[in-house]
Ligand binder design. Structure first.
Ligand code: ZN
Length: 436
């Protein structure tokens, strides 16, 4: 079965439920850019998709960076003078600044406050903070709780380790008919946060699972990596193979109720950019197109000038544009099965375009061929679909001069890709086109 047929049979309610279920299972784990939380996440994905798990030692130089020490945490709290855990890692892993160094100390409020982070504008939410490349420690809490802290002596405890270890990432490869590759990457380094990043993790897992059962023209490579350092490490270790990547998408922010948004690759007019824009334009739903900028997710590394890969980011509401971003409010209520499923469907629709985008040459280029005598022209007038099909055939014939792909034709004709694709298939069957 190919992607087009699979897409038609898809039960979107079921897909949404399954994706949401995986998000819920991964939600409690305390992940970071390295460590056992990341490994456990990959193990759970591996139960669905036979990932290859890679371990890169701390200290490995990767371009201008170095693979960091591995961070693991067992427990952490702040106790008041009565011995009550008033900030408790076991209640929310967001309470501890990711990569906090271990500490066991007693201190007055004034000293503790230098290590506390809150969001005064959203007093009930816990912020998500990291300190990957600066060895320090800290706690995050709601501003409401912060205001209630009394001037007393606190006991601070972080049972964590920051030691030589590994950076872990997962990779899955599906071999298609040819060696050209489509890259799909997601970051999986955030702790209990759903839209950023578990929606992407769930989408990539289910895409990998579905595509592995289909017949594909391209080969597909799926990456589950820690943000920034993961893509830098992967690019450094795989530099020799990177030229095989012909199209790519970074998957994150895919479960909120906002419209879809597409951030173009650095190239700006790559086939992936055109394919996503064509899909969104004919989706019947609102959407937003964003130009490339060197700020965002791992597309920053894939699109750095030394690689300049055609990799965009297909998401919903962009990061920083919803208040729940990087807070405890990006939780299981913030993502919805319906929107996860919609995002999944859109990814499949993009791959359907890539899989079927080809160039043809019109075999009867001197004036229009007579479609009627070949049974390609409607016999009874007035049917809306028939009219559209004919229009699509005329566009395909006219622009199949060797320089336009079916996607170029769909764009120029302002018609849905599948209409153009089906028109080309009919013309090909009657010998009016030849594939280039
Ligand atoms: Zn993030």
């Amino acid at each position: 079965m190919n992607i087009a047929d699979f897409k038609k049979k898809l039960n979107l309610d079921e897909v949404g439920r399954n994706m949401y279920q995986l998000v819920s299972e991964l939600y409690p784990i305390c992940r970071s850019i390295t460590g056992n939380g990341f490994r456990q996440t990959l193990k759970m994905i591996k139960a669905r998709v036979p990932l290859e798990i890679h371990e890169v030692p701390s200290g490995t130089p990767v371009f201008d960076w170095t693979v960091p020490k591995e961070w693991n945490i067992n427990d952490a709290y702040v106790k008041n003078s009565k011995g009550e855990r008033i900030i408790d890692f076991k209640k929310s892993n967001l309470h501890v600044v990711s990569y906090s160094t271990p500490i066991k100390a007693k201190m007055p409020l004034a000293e503790l406050k230098q290590h506390l982070f809150t969001l005064p504008e959203h007093p009930d939410w816990i912020p998500y903070r990291t300190s990957y490349y600066n060895e320090t420690w800290g706690f995050c809490l709601s501003h409401k709780q912060f205001l209630e802290l009394k001037d007393e002596i606190y006991e601070v405890y972080i049972d964590a380790s920051l030691e030589k270890g590994h950076l872990t990432y997962g990779e899955y490869f599906i071999k298609g008919q040819n060696t050209d590759e489509v890259l799909i990457s997601c970051h999986a380094c955030h702790p209990s946060l759903c839209n950023d990043n578990l929606s992407g993790v769930a989408l990539v897992t289910f895409l990998a699972q579905c595509l592995s059962a289909l017949s594909l023209r391209y080969s597909y490579r799926f990456l589950f990596i820690p943000g920034t350092i993961g893509s830098i490490t992967w690019l450094c270790l795989n530099e020799a193979y990177v030229s095989k990547i012909k199209h790519g998408l970074v998957a994150t922010l895919l479960g909120d109720t906002g419209h879809s948004a597409y951030k173009k690759s650095r190239q700006g007019n790559a086939e992936i950019d055109k394919a996503v824009m064509c899909m969104l334009k004919h989706s019947g739903l609102n959407y937003k197109i964003l130009d490339f900028s060197p700020y965002g997710y791992d597309e920053r590394q894939f699109c750095s000038p030394g690689f300049n890969l055609p990799v965009g980011c297909l998401m919903r509401t962009p990061h920083g544009q919803f208040p729940e971003y990087h807070t405890s409010a990006d939780n299981l209520d913030f993502v919805k099965p319906k929107y996860l499923a919609d995002s999944f469907f859109k990814y499949l629709a993009v791959f359907n375009i890539l899989e079927n985008n080809r160039k043809y040459l019109n075999q009867n280029p001197k004036c229009e061929p007579q479609l009627g005598k070949r049974g390609l022209y409607r016999l009874i007038g007035g049917q809306e679909n028939a009219k559209l099909n004919e229009l699509a055939m005329l566009w395909v014939l006219n622009l199949s001069d060797g320089s336009h792909s079916l996607l170029d034709i769909a764009e120029r004709a302002n018609l849905e890709f599948d209409l153009i694709k089906n028109a080309a298939a009919a013309l090909l069957k009657h010998g009016l086109l030849e594939e280039l």
